[in-house]
Design a protein around this ligand. Structure first.
Ligand code: SF4
Length: 321
């Protein structure tokens, strides 16, 4: 056997993964997308699917992994004696031209609770963990608001008082559940989603589409460069990515930035104050300060020039759009 005969398995598998990158046209509103804040997006998703820029293999791998984890969680629940019925049941609500497919229902007493399973990266999981259902719909992130929108629509279509969403951390296997009850602000939010769908349906009926207006979600939107802002160019080679995990990391980075700056300023100020002093004990803190020398060679400029060399390095800047 020759070395070149050994198959490159990752390459073969990536080729298969790439075949799954598709975006199917759908004539109806979809429950999983209904929480999207942009009516134009919801209209274009139904009328102009061909303008959607498809995601890359990297994101498809993440989707595939997510599906594996969600299937595994369903099996884990069943192995634990939890009965999940009507798995992958399709829904249709003609009045709102709305369709969806629920992961299953959990029978409890005489009720059947709609159940959705979501797998998430550690960062997304950490962001979700702290939130009650009511906080989810107030989140500044539309990808978080989409979760309650989807669940609440299933509950309305099913006529269920309760709904259950289970999130699994793909790295640690940890789970957290959110119980939704159709009342108060959650009910109001569900009604606002239905109103938005009515607006979408009116546009579809009239063959119109609202104008593009720049919002946060445009950054990762599959229609951004094709239908809405075709001339928008952030620079050569700069892609508009749909990567919730990276976005969650950047958002967290943004939240920590002010604290980090304050830390650096205080750290500098305190250390400056101890230059030339051996240190101190202040409350529960021990400060130790000492003088050190740095070895260096002072060369005449013409000699220095002879030894000059260029070392390549990357500078990555992160800023808000
Ligand atoms: S790019 Fe912006 S305006 Fe256009 S569909 Fe997407 S979110 Fe809406």
């Amino acid at each position: 056997m020759e070395l070149h005969e050994i198959p490159n398995i990752p390459e073969i598998l990536d080729t298969e993964t790439a075949k799954r990158i598709k975006s199917w046209p759908h004539p109806n509103n979809r429950a999983s997308e209904a929480g999207h804040p942009c009516v134009r997006f919801l209209v274009l998703s139904r009328t102009s699917n061909e303008l959607k820029i498809l995601h890359d293999v990297g994101l498809q791998r993440i989707f595939d992994e997510g599906n594996l984890h969600e299937d595994a969680l369903m099996r884990e629940m069943q192995d634990a004696g939890l009965r999940v019925i009507e798995q992958q049941r399709a829904y249709e609500w003609k009045k709102f031209q709305l369709t969806g497919r629920i992961d299953g229902k959990l029978p409890v007493d005489s009720s059947r609770i709609p159940l959705e399973i979501k797998s998430s990266s550690p960062n997304v999981f950490a962001a979700i963990c702290e939130l009650a259902p009511i906080d989810m719909l107030k989140s500044k992130f539309s990808w978080i608001r989409k979760y309650p929108a989807q669940m609440l629509l299933y509950m309305l279509m099913e006529g269920a008082e309760y709904g259950l969403m289970i999130f699994k951390n793909k790295t640690t296997g940890e789970k957290v559940q959110k119980i939704f009850r159709l009342e108060g602000e959650l009910l109001e939010y569900a009604e606002s989603i239905l109103k938005k769908l009515e607006t979408v349906n009116a546009h579809i009926d009239e063959g119109t589409c609202p104008d593009a207006a720049l919002i946060d979600d445009c950054k990762g939107c599959a229609f951004c460069k094709t239908a809405c802002f075709p001339g928008a160019d952030y620079g050569p080679g700069i892609d508009i990515l749909q990567d919730p995990d990276l976005e969650a990391k950047l958002d967290r980075r943004g939240e920590l930035e002010a604290g980090a700056k304050e830390f650096d300023a205080l750290d500098k100020e305190i250390k400056e104050g101890f230059k030339g002093r051996p240190g101190a004990v202040v409350g529960p803190w021990l400060i130790e300060s000492s003088k050190h020398g740095r070895r260096g060679v002072d060369l005449p400029p013409d000699i220095k020039k002879q030894y000059e060399k260029i070392t390549e390095y990357w500078i990555t800047k992160i800023g808000r759009l």
